[in-house]
Design a protein around this ligand. Structure first.
Ligand code: MOS
Length: 744
């Protein structure tokens, strides 16, 4: 039997996506659907003094105009995801006359046609009393709130820093960014016999089901959430966005299906975003490069309505062996919508500063930046002294350096030039991502016709989950991949975790593995005619007995009632308590790791960039990226490569293009469309080389798969900034790196 795990199986959803037949949340027609449109706030802070819907109500076809006056319902039965609930924010729009941020939903209009809804939404007349507002964390009136619970202290870093012969002390900035998935937020809701059915692009159908049940005070089984395909999520679709609740409420009031597609402009404010960050990094070393102190003060932009930030300090603390570590986190409330998860929420911004600082230290030491990193490679987790479940960063650097040709680098600034006169810069940086795991359930069904069905309420964000979860079952059962069907993204399936924190393959994959093993055991028992299956094996589509004789699996199954074997399994990470497992399977947040009582579990990577800087125009072109990663066992090298390369492309955008610009006077995000919000197109990306190293991790889960979803972005911004320094001698400590930052 050829194992399916490790094969570059082509994505199961490729053909239907490419042909346009895959259906997304807004593609499910319901008879008699009414259409919704939003009115959003034009001020950033204050209150509504007058809201007049007479004109809106009189637009032909208008069915309902919901404002804070007409809503007349309390929708606060569910809380913010970071407080144990499922909502993107603690704040529910239309709950009062208060405006907390620009672009806040101030009215929802439902009409017979989309056009009428939009016309009426524009006709809602609103007067505001505006107050001073600030949407940027460095505005002078903003106050920093320490997050003391996040502090980490090992040894005495301040003293070691003061005593060290070589130090770096620098501050790095990253801006607010928005996910901008191609598929807009959309919700379609319909009630029937007191039961709610919702189509919404979701990275967490079970959590959405649990949260909506709570909001509407109905049993969880009376809510059905479907999200078979997602046109990009990146964290933005992980929680319940407030408009989904409003749409479901409107559908309930009208007694007919309601559908909302959020326009691009409103995408910037009705969901979450990646908040701006400021990282002060202090590193101290002996002259031979031995680190003696590592300090990182990570401050994140937050909202006034929710104090939340995503410091990277838990992760940066674990990168290097240092006897002295000091980590601090803080947040700065601003008048914006609640920030949230965006691909590698903590790590991508935090590592820009942290890994830039490591490069600065290498320059200060006159040392090769890879040699500096390898010299300080920690044998154990430097915070708790725990062993790694696996850590192959050294192998990543060795192979990455070889692929990139690092030995041909001349370290002096500006010493490498291209035939066209452009300055060549080579830089590198380390990437990492926590390998946390969640509980998951899965069902596997094997039929006498040789087909296999895998079901789990997990999600395929375009990551390949449909394909890899099928491969795990195919591998155990010896079924050809094309005979496996996979059902995901539906809350009626066995519970799956949020597609967040890069947990899907390891967690849902382990549940599928467990269910498939149970099916195999049953099959062998049937063939053996007893529960003692010793000597029986599954090979080449046959059950082979102790005497070497084989019977086709289909024949064995044919003797079963219904000709099928079906098993459901519930898997939990080894270190997770049973109560946490139950909570997770019921749609709650329950992560195990990345640091448990016994191990620290992270994925690692070494990333390289080559830039070409025009000596006169100061434009930066990215000619080459190399990334080598260690993410445990790779179930499918094709989909893994695709994820990792996609992350690197995003990292390139992060370094050179992406910024949600703030109009400080009006406290608005200013570039709220895809013309103004820049990210890489294919022409911006040169060669992309991705490899993974062979790595076995027997601790993290049964299939040995660590996180591979988000790590690709993490090291790229610093690698590019470090390459820009190498080319120009200019150390840009903020992203995006723009022409004006590189003027000599
Ligand atoms: Mo990811 S930002 O954890 O969806």
């Amino acid at each position: 039997m050829d194992g399916s795990i490790g094969q570059p199986v082509i994505r199961r959803d490729a053909a239907i996506k490419a042909s346009g037949t895959a259906r997304y949340a807004s593609d499910f027609p319901h008879e008699g659907t009414a259409y919704a449109a939003l009115a959003i706030s034009r001020i950033a802070r204050g209150h509504i003094t007058r809201i007049d819907t007479i004109e809106a109500d009189s637009v032909p076809g208008v069915q309902l105009v919901l404002t804070h006056r007409s809503l007349n319902a309390t929708l606060n039965g569910e809380t913010f995801v970071m407080k144990g609930g499922h909502m993107q924010s603690s704040f529910m729009p239309l709950s009062s006359d208060r405006v907390h941020y620009a672009g806040q939903i101030v009215a929802l209009v439902i009409a017979d046609t989309q056009e009428a809804a939009e016309q009426a939404a524009r006709a809602v007349a609103i007067d505001y009393a505006a107050e001073h507002a600030s949407a940027a964390m460095d505005d002078p009136d903003r106050i920093e709130v320490p997050m003391d619970a996040k502090s980490i202290d090992v040894g005495d870093a301040e003293a070691a820093f003061a005593a060290a012969p070589v130090t770096v002390d620098a501050t790095y900035l990253t801006p607010a960014q928005h996910h901008n998935p191609i598929e807009l937020y959309a919700t379609s809701a319909v009630w029937q016999d007191g039961k709610l059915r919702v189509h919404v692009p979701s990275q967490w159908v079970v959590g959405t089901q649990a949260g909506l049940a709570k909001v509407f005070g109905i049993p969880m089984q009376d809510v059905h959430v479907e999200s078979p395909f997602i046109g990009g999520g990146f964290g933005s679709k992980a929680t319940i966005l407030p408009h989904t609740v409003l749409v479901a409420l409107a559908a309930q009031r009208l007694g007919r299906p309601v559908k909302l597609v959020v326009p691009r402009e409103a995408m910037f404010t009705v969901g979450s975003f990646r908040p701006a960050t400021r990282s002060r990094v202090r590193l101290a070393a002996e002259r031979d490069g031995t680190l003696t102190a590592v300090m990182h003060d990570d401050t994140g932009q937050s909202a006034t309505v929710d104090h939340v930030a995503f410091p990277a300090t838990e992760v940066t603390a674990r990168m290097y062996a240092s006897p002295n570590i000091r980590m601090r986190a803080a947040l700065v409330p601003t008048d914006v919508n609640t920030p949230g998860f965006q691909r590698a929420p903590a790590e991508a911004p935090g590592f820009f500063g942290f890994e830039s600082a490591v490069d600065e230290l290498a320059v200060a030491l006159g040392m090769d930046p890879i040699a500096l990193r390898l010299k300080n490679e920690p044998a154990r987790d430097p915070v708790k002294g725990l062993p790694w479940s696996s850590r192959s960063l050294v192998q990543c650097y060795r192979r990455g350096a070889e692929l990139f040709g690092w030995s041909r680098r001349t370290p002096e600034v500006g010493s490498m030039t291209a035939p066209d006169g452009s300055l060549i810069g080579w830089g590198c940086a380390t990437a990492t991502y926590p390998s946390a795991m969640c509980a998951a359930a899965a069902r596997v069904r094997l039929a006498a016709d040789g087909s296999c069905v895998v079901s789990c309420a997990a999600h395929d964000l375009g990551t390949g989950a449909y394909t890899v979860l099928g491969q795990v079952a195919a591998d155990v059962l010896g079924v050809p991949d094309e005979r496996v069907r996979v059902h995901l993204g539906d809350s009626t399936l066995p519970s799956g975790p949020m597609a967040g924190g890069s947990v899907t393959t390891g967690s849902a994959g382990s549940a599928v593995h467990m269910a498939a093993l149970a099916v195999r055991d049953r099959l062998l028992q049937v063939a053996a005619g007893t529960t003692d299956t010793s000597g029986f094996t599954l090979a080449g589509g046959h059950v082979v007995g102790p005497d070497g004789s084989g019977r086709p699996v289909t024949t064995v199954l044919g003797s079963m009632p219904g000709g099928v074997i079906e098993e459901t399994a519930e898997w939990k990470p080894g270190a997770m308590e049973a109560t946490q497992m139950r909570k997770g399977l019921a749609g709650g947040i329950a992560f195990s790791g990345p640091v448990t009582e016994t191990h620290a579990s992270f994925s690692f990577g070494a990333q390289f960039a080559e830039v070409r800087v025009d000596p006169l125009l100061r434009t930066v072109r990215l000619s080459r990226m190399v990334g080598v990663f260690a993410c445990g066992r790779i179930i499918n090298p094709r989909t893994a490569r695709s994820n990792l390369a996609g992350g690197m492309v995003w990292g390139a955008s992060f370094a050179l293009l992406e910024e949600s610009r703030v109009d400080r006077k009006r406290a608005h995000f200013a570039n709220t469309d895809l013309a103004g919000y820049h990210f890489s197109s294919s022409a911006d990306i040169g060669e992309v080389v991705v490899e993974t190293v062979d790595e076995e991790d027997t601790v993290v889960n049964a299939i040995g798969a660590k996180a591979a979803g988000e790590i690709g972005i993490v090291g790229m911004p610093a690698a590019i900034a470090n390459a820009v320094y190498h080319a120009t001698g200019i150390r840009v400590r903020k992203t995006p790196i723009l022409v004006e930052d590189l003027l000599p």
